[in-house]
Design a protein around this ligand. Sequence first.
Ligand code: ADP
Length: 165
Amino acid sequence: MADERIVVCPGSYDPVTNGHLDIIARASRVFDTVVVGVVGQAIRKSTSLFTPEERLGFLEDATDELANVRIEIFSDLLVEFARKQGATAIVKGLRAISDFEYEFEMNQLNRKLAPDIESVYVIASPDYSFLSSTGVKEMATFGADVSDLVPAPVAAALTDRVSRG
Ligand code: ADP
């Protein structure tokens, strides 16, 4: 397709939540191809619970039904990753006010680095606007049930991981 609209949805996805999946599914209905970019080397968050390969596996499993979605691990600059994928835009989910300040700053930086790549923001669904990977990990650590917040294999892996410390 000559004018195929490819977008990237970047994130740490440590692990993927139903909130992430909602954004990915909604993006997949608007754009031709969605490349979910899993951050391999996190700068913002120093330690991750799951390896990039595990995070990719959860995402592949959870997006299996979405034919125009694929998952990649990236460790370069986001705009470089987007360019390599042939993407014209970066899609980010926006939760309650907390995401805004960070996204505003990243938007200015990315715009300076790559004015040709647009950033598009998808507002979180009310059901998921307070859902974060960090929150889910905290809940699982204290034995709370996270089965309606993340896909089933993720809930099982979380229980397993936190029980082993
Ligand atoms: P987190 O902040 O949960 O660790 P990531 O760094 O993996 O998430 O975020 C990837 C993208 O998904 C970001 O654009 C983030 O704002 C968005 N996102 C995360 N959780 C949600 C949610 N519950 N609803 C909508 N967007 C979300």
